[in-house]
Structure formats: structure tokens, C-alpha cells
Design a binder for this molecule. Structure first.
Ligand code: ATP
Ligand code: MG
Length: 169
């Protein structure tokens, strides 16, 4: 099954991010991520066998994440896939990303990315990758739990299902 580790936004922020996705789509075109799918990917794992997925599940349900607040203050784009995103630099998230990947390496996952740009994808296949005219962003995402998410490939983009969440503090 296709898996990734993510942070899921609180509902109030999800709604706000959805509004930004509407705004961005009006300006840039492309396919808007549904509100229910908005997330921050901490680690993309790709296709994982059943046995290893069980290991990941146990690890995540027993895990606690140092709670933090991610400040979202910028628009960004990834040119080739036509992605428009919002995000912001965060030493705390970089630390979380690093510690998650240390553990994943011990499980045998070797696709650790060279660098990490914390972002939430709002649009895919955007026609215009210009964000300078969009409104300024200053949002805060308080996070305390991490999710193991399964991705199902469907015709009009992936559908996600949360399989497990780390423990609450
Ligand atoms: P689709 O690929 O069908 O357009 P999607 O990208 O939302 O949909 P997945 O490809 O399953 O769904 O990706 C799940 C999450 O992992 C998304 O946040 C995606 O951006 C991220 N992701 C996917 N592939 C990679 C990769 N090779 N490296 C880093 N992150 C990835
Ligand atoms: Mg993809």
C-alpha cells in the first residue's frame, strides 16, 4: 500500500487553507486540493508491504511528537508538477523531519530526501505559477500529533485515509 507520514491541520485552519486554495485557483488555475486532503507531508514512503506497514502502524500509535506551532508566512511553487503551496521555514519541523527519517532509516527506508521544504500543496497542474499578487499570509498551525496516511490513486487525484495517529500529550 502507498503510505506517507503527515501532519493534518486543525479544522479551523483547514477551512482557512481551503479559502486560500480558492483564491490561488482563481489566480493560477489548476486542480485544487479538496479541503479534506490538505496536509503537510513529513515523509513519503511509497509502496510498503503489509508486514512493514504493521511495524509503522505500531511505531506511530506509540509515538509522541514534541508539540509545536508552525508559522505559515509564504506562498511558493514547484515548477515541474505545477504545484502552488503555502508554507514557511521552521527549525522545529526540520528537527521533526530529521528525527522521523532517522527512525525510518532504522526500519530500512532509504529514500531520505536531501532537503525539506515544509509546505501544504493547494494546487496541482497550475497554469500560472505566479503568486506575488496573492494576499499576504500569516497563519499559525498548532500541531501535536503525526499521522500515518494511506493514499489511494483515483482518476481525479489521490484519496487519503488516515490509518494511525501518534499519542496525544
Ligand atoms: P497524485 O500523485 O495522484 O496527484 P498525491 O500526490 O496527492 O496525488 P501521492 O502521490 O500518494 O498523492 O502523495 C502523497 C503525499 O506525498 C503528497 O503530499 C505528495 O506531495 C507526497 N509525495 C508524493 N511523492 C513524493 C516523492 N517522490 N517525494 C516526496 N513527496 C512525495
Ligand atoms: Mg503524487
Amino acid at each position: 500500500m502507498r503510505l506517507f507520514l503527515a501532519l493534518e491541520p486543525p479544522d479551523s485552519l483547514r477551512k482557512r487553507l481551503g479559502e486560500l486554495a480558492d483564491l490561488a485557483q482563481a489566480h493560477c488555475g489548476g486542480r485544487r486540493m479538496p479541503d479534506a486532503s490538505l496536509h503537510l507531508t513529513l515523509a513519503f514512503l511509497g509502496e510498503v508491504e503489509e508486514e512493514r506497514a504493521d511495524e509503522l502502524f505500531q511505531w506511530v500509535v506509540d509515538m509522541t511528537v514534541p508539540p509545536g506551532e508552525w508559522r505559515l508566512d509564504s506562498w511558493g511553487t514547484f515548477r515541474r508538477p505545477g504545484i502552488v503551496w503555502v508554507g514557511g521555514r521552521s527549525p522545529a519541523l526540520e528537527q521533526l523531519h530529521a528525527s522521523v527519517w532517522d527512525k525510518l532509516a532504522s526500519f530500512g527506508f532509504s529514500d531520505r530526501p536531501g532537503h525539506f521544504v515544509p509546505h501544504i500543496t493547494l494546487l496541482r497542474r497550475a497554469r500560472r505559477l505566479e503568486t506575488q499578487d496573492l494576499s499576504e499570509i500569516d497563519l499559525t498551525w498548532p500541531y501535536r500529533r503525526l499521522s500515518l496516511v494511506r493514499s489511494f490513486t483515483e482518476n481525479d487525484g489521490a484519496r487519503y485515509e488516515t490509518l494511525a495517529r501518534s499519542r496525544n500529550h
